[in-house]
Design a protein around this ligand. Sequence first.
Ligand code: LMR
Length: 332
Amino acid sequence: MLKLTKALFCAAAVSMAGLAQAADPIVIKFAHVVAENTPKGQGALMFQKRVAADPKLKDKIKVEVYPNSSLFGDGKEMEALLLGDVQMLAPSLAKFEHYNKQVQIFDLPFLFNDLAAVDRFQQGPQGKALLTSMDDKGIHGLAYWHNGLKQLSANKKVILPKDARGLKFRVQASSVLEEQFKAIRANPRKMSFAEVYQGLQTGTVNGTENTWSNYESQKVHEVQPFFTETNHGLIDYMVITNAKFWNSLPEDVRGELQAIMDQVTVEVNKQAEALNQTAKQKIIDAKTSEIDTLTAEQRQQWREAMRPVWDKFSNDIGADLIKAADGANKDS
Ligand code: LMR
């Protein structure tokens, strides 16, 4: 009798454990390298919040957000996604060249006149096709998020391309960006985002390029006395997931997650420019650095100096794709 009761108790315990397991939500770890008060940082939190509040998802999916390279930094995060150690990332578009060289298009200097042109290209057929172009490599794109246009920073005043000659600039892991700095006879150094502040502080590099929100949230103005408002290139993101993980989700869950991602994307892209302008104002208010703007003629010199980079990459990217992206400027 005692044995039977024990056996029944064990069976009940096992089945209860089974029930508890079945009710456990699927965890989506969303890792990124920037601060929370940036377009991507805000987007990740918004996604987490909306999934948690969604009646169809709240018991099934739990999103955990890891900002500031706290789970994985540059260099490791893509590998971690492919291994299933993290389920979502939003790397800058400069960080995809090992998976699809066509994504390098977004790094071409002076390609897009403004974010409206970027939107037209990303939401057009060629831009959308890039989102699913790495599925066979295990990377599935869910959306494009804006950060914004890049500005230069340096330890000296840089107004014309010749002023940057010989300076060491930190770049993201991108061959296009390396060539962009070589085109102005500066020295590019690939470096992960988490190392930028220290690299600038110690003089490993003399300058860099980024958006106002990334500069301000990393306190780059503490170690860079000069910024130049060049708007010479783009920092945007592809929100990606592990393709196998994504396809393993029940269809209704996948559909609901994509719907939330689409809503969040609209919000992120609407807010990005304002976040960058607020960050710029904070740098002005900190009075640590001079911000120089360019005349149309000065900016033209930068354009002419950097544009030869397009030809170097046109075979890898595809002339048709470059034409389509350039064509997106027409309505600006
Ligand atoms: C950088 O490395 O400068 C950026 O890609 C960081 C980011 O994700 O905005």
